[in-house]
Design a protein around this ligand. Structure first.
Ligand code: PLP
Length: 426
């Protein structure tokens, strides 16, 4: 599908009067409409709830929008729990899906009454010792091997490698964990698994659901436990590339419903709630990184140098990920120039795009990097003394709000104690 910015050049220029580039901007209207579609797609399931994966976009203003739309949060660290608590999430609004969990994180999750998702069989004695076992508890499943979904209608193949993933436990371990947790007083059980990331196939969730629903029946029979929810976690992807298919959440919801009716209902398990822990799908398309072209350079190739760099958006440098680029105001110009679009890190992988066909770019042009609303700002870092950018909300009425100011050098220096030295950073 053609990729269209949610922000015009005029809107961007207006924002830049208050907030210099680079910044990430989020589209409130898009976020809300997408949430409503998701809830509609799963409205057939009484207990359905989306727990937004906080790590994707940890900003209290955005979490609050999601909360207003009925979402909970999925946390994996103490900091994420504390942020969620500050936004008013508590108890069954919170899923705690962590791994290599420190004691203090587990204690906080327990204290908040979160649904705790145990990543390993060793966390059974751990939680017994650290907090005691809550009445509702979840365990994370890893089937091992490879996960493969035959090429679907859209011709997209989904493949991932759970056998190489550090998460979750085997079926026998799940059974041992449930049996022990039941002895410890747990009454309601959840099952969770995350088998493939950024899938652009409507069939992924149904395939995962089928695996987990069958596992739920076996675990109920084997351990005599009540399965109260199944968490399909994250993994529904977005079309970063214009030529990629777009997931249809209504179809996804309906395919999961069919598996539910095929596998769980005949077993009398028609009270199982479906949970999701989507990050990317909830936010990626509704965020963009806005940058300004600082310099152009023409040597053996043609380079566009931006005021943003991989420290603001790491995915291209880290995974070679594609992010679509639009030059604001040149949306309809022909793409006749081939550029590497770079940041200013002293790292040659600091490139947002390599050999990308774009309209001619000149200094001061405004560059819109698409789909940065998830795993964008949040993966930022401070290499080369680069400071984290601002985050801005484009509100439904078209106005904008600063929802996180840009870092300053004072922030960067704040963790040093300069007092014994003569240095002065001011
Ligand atoms: C990262 C993560 C998610 C969200 O994944 P997306 O690909 O952003 O949907 C959900 N659950 C867990 C446990 C995760 O680690």
């Amino acid at each position: 599908m053609q990729k269209t910015p949610f922000l015009s050049k005029e809107q961007a220029q207006d924002i830049i009067k208050d907030i210099p580039t680079p910044f990430h901007i989020y589209d409130e209207k898009g976020i809300r409409e997408n949430c409503r579609r998701l809830y509609k797609a799963f409205s057939w399931n009484k207990g359905f709830k989306e727990y937004f994966a906080v790590k994707a976009t940890p900003n209290p203003y955005l979490l609050t929008i999601l909360k207003e739309e009925g979402c909970g949060v999925d946390c994996s660290s103490l900091t994420e729990l504390v942020m969620s608590e500050a936004c008013g999430f508590k108890g069954s609004d919170i899923m705690f899906s962590s791994n290599v969990t420190p004691e203090e994180d587990m204690k906080k999750a327990y204290e908040l009454g979160a649904y705790i998702n145990l990543d390993d069989i060793n966390f059974v004695p751990f939680i017994e010792r650290v907090t005691g076992v809550p009445e509702t508890i979840c365990c994370r499943y890893n089937p091992g091997g490879t996960f493969e979904l035959a090429a679907s209608r859209t011709g997209v193949q989904v493949m991932d490698n759970p056998g190489e993933a550090k998460y979750g436990m085997s079926e026998d371990q799940m059974a041992d964990a449930f049996t022990q947790l039941k002895k410890d007083g747990a009454k309601h059980f959840g099952i969770h698994a995350f088998l493939a990331s950024n899938t652009v196939s409507n069939e992924y969730y149904a395939e995962l659901a089928s695996i987990l629903f069958q596992l739920a029946v076996r675990l109920r029979d084997r351990c005599g436990v009540h399965i109260s929810f199944i968490n399909l976690s994250g993994g529904i992807g977005v079309d970063y590339r214009p030529e990629e298919p777009t997931n249809d959440i209504m179809i996804i919801g309906d395919l999961v419903r069919r598996k539910y009716e095929e596998i769980l209902v005949p077993e009398g398990m028609d009270d199982v709630a479906i949970f999701t822990e989507l990050g990317r799908y909830m936010m990626a398309p509704y965020g963009a990184l806005i940058a300004t072209c600082l310099h152009t350079k023409h040597i053996y190739k043609d380079y566009i140098g931006l005021d943003a760099c991989a420290a603001n958006l790491m995915r291209p440098a880290m995974y070679g990920s594609y992010h679509h680029i639009t030059v604001l105001g040149k949306e309809n110009d022909p793409c006749t120039f081939k550029y590497d679009v770079t940041g200013g890190l002293c790292e040659n992988n600091d490139k947002f795009a390599v050999d990308r066909m774009l309209p001619e770019i000149l200094p001061d042009d405004l560059i819109y990097i698409h789909d940065t609303g998830a795993h964008g700002f949040s993966m930022g870092y401070n290499y080369n003394g680069k400071l984290r950018s601002a985050e801005v909300l484009l509100k439904e009425d078209g106005s904008h709000q600063l929802i996180r100011r840009a870092e300053t050098m004072d922030d960067y220096f704040a963790t040093f104690d300069f007092s014994p030295y003569r240095f002065n950073t001011k």
